[in-house]
Design a protein around this ligand. Structure first.
Ligand SMILES: Cc1cc2nc3c(=O)[nH]c(=O)nc-3n(C[C@H](O)[C@H](O)[C@H](O)COP(=O)(O)OP(=O)(O)OC[C@H]3O[C@@H](n4cnc5c(N)ncnc54)[C@H](O)[C@@H]3O)c2cc1C
Length: 337
């Protein structure tokens, strides 16, 4: 088996997050010699965190310039680590930071890159990547002869590496990375609260029904928002939305202020990976449900017994008023808290 470099950047607290530990597990499972390449403001804690992984070598690009996500510095660090390791295969988690920097690094190294991989494993004796095409409708298995081969592994596809921490001494790799880019701050989407939580066990989807006239002939937008936010705060679920709902918000209508286009699930939205999903006031049309491909258990609440979810798309459909159901669920969760 060829040599492998696992690239990982540290988080604000200096440790490695779940996506990095998933990629580490995938790298180790290939069976070759694994070198770990760390990038960050501080890297010692991260090296110690995975000291017991069996990696043969630890390399680190450390310093204030590498604490911040920035193309110029991240690409320079990754290039230096790839050259120092001499690895034929470079595996990295598909974080926004690496997804931005590594395609350019592949060009600099004269290699190739594959993004959105869902696995990298030995198939017919050679390393092969799996990834989905056409909005998750077809799965392909790819091999490449070019090296170095950089692979960005999507999060949620591989169990995380777990093992003993210890003391690992990383070799420092010096990188000159002059940059004219200074990060002056971050601007967040208009939602006042972080509602997208890729690591949550549950995906809670709100559809346009929350903004429609209800049985009493009135719209209950404020009620809808407080029920949804109350549930999210108690359950720590991630919030998704149907296209109809997020489009209304984009037009400036006073709908759910916690919802932006970033929450949209579906063909023209995202395809998240959560163990469970609960759809509320959402019809369950095909362009929406295609975004549920990787949700293992699907449930929906809809007043309409003939909605899209009823046609084999949900494991359980509650034919009920989502306002009433979520109010009761929130009460029960409050009692348990
Ligand atoms: C090219 C293309 C791409 C698209 N991409 C996407 C995509 O990425 N994502 C996406 O979501 N859509 C997408 N769509 C749109 C999709 O086809 C649907 O129009 C959309 O998903 C409908 O949203 P909805 O179910 O929230 O709204 P509606 O169709 O209006 O459904 C609202 C539902 O709420 C229910 N309801 C109302 N009140 C209550 C209540 N009190 N309790 C319970 N249920 C209630 C109603 O019975 C109804 O079923 C796409 C369409 C096209 C053509």
């Amino acid at each position: 088996m060829e040599n492998i470099l696992l690239l990982a950047h540290t988080e604000a607290d200096g440790t490695l997050a779940k996506p990095a530990l998933e990629s580490l597990a995938a790298a180790l499972a290939l069976g070759g010699k694994v070198t770990v390449g760390l990038v960050g403001g501080e890297t010692a804690a991260a090296a110690n965190q995975i000291a017991g992984s069996g990696a043969v070598r630890f390399l680190a690009v450390t310093g204030e310039a590498f604490a911040q996500a920035r193309y110029a510095t991240d690409a320079a660090a990754a290039e230096a680590l790839a050259k120092t390791s001499g690895a034929a295969i470079v595996l990295a988690p598909a974080t926004s930071r690496w997804s931005r920097a590594l395609p350019g690094v592949a060009l600099r190294l004269g290699g190739r890159v594959d993004t959105h991989a869902t696995s990298l494993a030995i198939t017919n004796g050679v390393p092969a990547v799996t990834r989905w095409f056409y909005r998750q409708r077809m799965e392909a298995v790819l091999t490449r002869s070019q090296r170095p081969w950089i692979v960005l592994l999507d999060s949620g596809c591989v169990p995380t590496w777990t093992g003993p921490a210890g003391a690992a001494q990383a070799e420092a790799v010096a990188v000159e990375a002059p940059t004219r880019t200074t990060v002056t701050g971050t601007r967040e989407p208009k939602a006042g609260e972080q509602t997208i939580r890729p690591d949550a066990k549950l995906l809670f989807v709100a559809g346009a029904g929350w903004t429609k006239k209800q049985a009493d002939g009135a719209v209950h937008g404020a009620d809808a928002e407080s029920l949804i936010l109350g549930f999210l705060r108690a359950s720590k679920a991630s919030l998704g939305g149907s296209k109809s709902l997020v489009d209304m918000g984009g037009e400036g209508e006073a709908v759910l202020r916690c919802m932006t286009h970033l929450n949209q699930i579906g063909q023209t939205g995202s395809t998240p990976r959560h163990d469970k999903g609960l759809s509320t006031c959402c019809h369950g049309e095909e362009p929406h449900v295609v975004g549920w491909r990787f949700i293992t258990q699907r449930r929906a609440i809809n007043l309409d017994a003939n909605c899209g979810w009823a046609r084999g798309k949900a494991d359980v459909l509650y034919v009920a008023d989502a306002f009433a159901v979520m109010r009761r669920v929130n009460e029960l969760m409050e009692l348990r808290a």
